[in-house]
Ligand binder design. Structure first.
Ligand code: PMP
Length: 417
């Protein structure tokens, strides 16, 4: 029950929920009982600045979202096989945020499911059986999406139907021609192994890869390379979408490139499980020649109420535009701090998704813990887990940035030998 002591809850979780298979954040896992805006409160009443949670894109416990969802729950909530205007409205609104041609929306309940559905649409259209992904990618938790998540591969695991190419890390990787050639080289290997690629998937913010800010040329290379290999290009906006990189909703749009498919998730329902694939009608029509698509909880009326409320709050409060300004201040302050620190290196990011290189993984872990002790919640990412990841709710303003960077500075000092 809610009055059980924290240590007992922890033991019961290990016993009932598999322990190490589902790890929690931080050395001492937190029991978060309340949230408001950019702040979270634990069971002891301690408050934390949230520098990490993108599900709460419009802030924790946003009253507009809560009201709209609860009103719908008190009216009716069904599976997704009945007509409901709120659901259709959400599809129309999402399509309107996309480039011309990406006009059809299939709802899901998670980012993983969105990528799986996209995979089915692509393979149905072009008959490919291979997939192209970035080194150290993450695309989901089902068997196939785990195979497409090169960052999660255990030692020795290399699925024969998956080809990898480099994230936009080195200057030499960034031109459209070099990127396209890398993609095509990976595609040739796949085809040689009997798996011509159906789909290239790339997180538009390259977050699991360590947070990389790709120029338009890199996106152009992804699209051209995929198409030359007979594959479709999927922009995975599950993590960086919904205004985080501002001033629009989707990171890929900064490049001018139009992907064949876009997948959405995480922030979409402010915690109400939602995801979506947005694509051209042609792909869905082709699929419909042989299959139906149905997922019980995909855009129920209450989920759609959450989805529409999130879009309303983002729009009414100008949060994507604000992410550009707040993120600019964050990067500027972090670069100044990193310039004076032996423990920090490069600072990368767009809007409010920012990665800071830490000298090594053990130091990064100690830094993360030092931040928690000072009341700030952040995360780690990248191949070696040595990149500090800052990905806060978009309600952050410059005062939150200052609290965060001041805390980071004190945490760095605490680590000094
Ligand atoms: N794609 C990306 C880029 C992600 O970051 C994630 C989740 N971390 C997923 C897909 C999978 O989303 P979900 O956990 O909702 O299935």
């Amino acid at each position: 029950t809610s009055s059980a002591p924290w240590s007992e809850v922890r033991e019961r979780r290990v016993a009932a929920m598999g322990g190490p298979v589902a790890p929690l954040f931080y050395d001492e896992p937190l029991e978060i009982v309340r949230g408001e805006g950019a702040w979270l409160t634990d069971a002891s009443g301690r408050r934390y600045l949230d520098a990490y949670n993108n599900v709460a894109v419009v802030g924790h416990a946003d009253p507009t979202v809560a009201q709209r969802v609860s009103r719908q729950l008190r009216t009716v909530n069904t599976h997704s096989r009945y007509l409901h205007p709120e659901v259709v409205e959400l599809a129309e609104r999402l399509a309107a945020t996309m480039p011309d041609g990406l006009d059809t929306v299939l709802f899901t309940t998670s980012g993983t499911e969105a990528n799986e559905v996209a995979w089915r649409l692509a393979t149905e259209l072009n008959g490919g059986t291979g997939a192209l992904v970035v080194e150290h990618s993450y695309h989901g938790s089902t068997k196939w999406m785990a195979d497409l998540s090169s960052n999660e591969w255990p030692p020795g695991h290399r699925p024969s139907a998956v080809g990898t190419f480099r994230a936009p890390i080195r200057p030499a990787d960034l031109s459209a021609a070099a990127t396209g050639e890398q993609v095509q080289a990976a595609a040739r290997m796949l085809a040689g192994a009997g798996h011509p690629p159906a789909l290239l998937l790339a997180d538009s913010g390259f977050t699991s890869e360590g947070v990389h800010d790709a120029p338009a040329s890199y996106f152009e290379g992804l699209l051209a390379g995929a198409h030359a290999a007979g594959a479709l290009y999927l922009a995975d906006e599950v993590q960086v979408g919904y205004g985080r990189t501002g001033p629009g909703l989707w990171r890929f749009r900064q490049s001018g490139v139009v992907p064949d498919l876009v997948t959405l998730g995480k922030p979409m329902g402010a915690g109400y499980p939602m995801g979506a694939v947005v694509t051209r009608r042609e792909l869905v029509d082709h699929f419909a020649g042989r299959y139906e698509y149905f997922s019980t909880f995909a855009a129920t009326p209450a989920a759609a109420a959450a989805g529409n409320a999130v879009l309303d709050v983002l729009e009414d409060r100008g949060l994507p535009e604000r992410a550009v300004i707040t993120g600019g201040h964050l990067v500027e302050r972090l670069r100044a701090l990193a310039a004076d620190s032996d423990l920090l290196g490069e600072v990368r990011g767009t809007g409010l998704v920012v990665g800071v290189d830490v000298v090594d993984r053990p130091t990064a872990r100690r830094l993360l813990q030092a931040l928690v002790l000072r009341g700030v919640l952040a995360g780690l990412t990248g191949r070696d887990g040595a990149v500090l990841k800052v990905r806060p709710p978009l309600v952050w303003d410059e005062t939150h940035v200052d609290v965060f960077v001041d805390c980071l500075e004190r945490s760095l000092t605490s680590l000094a030998p």
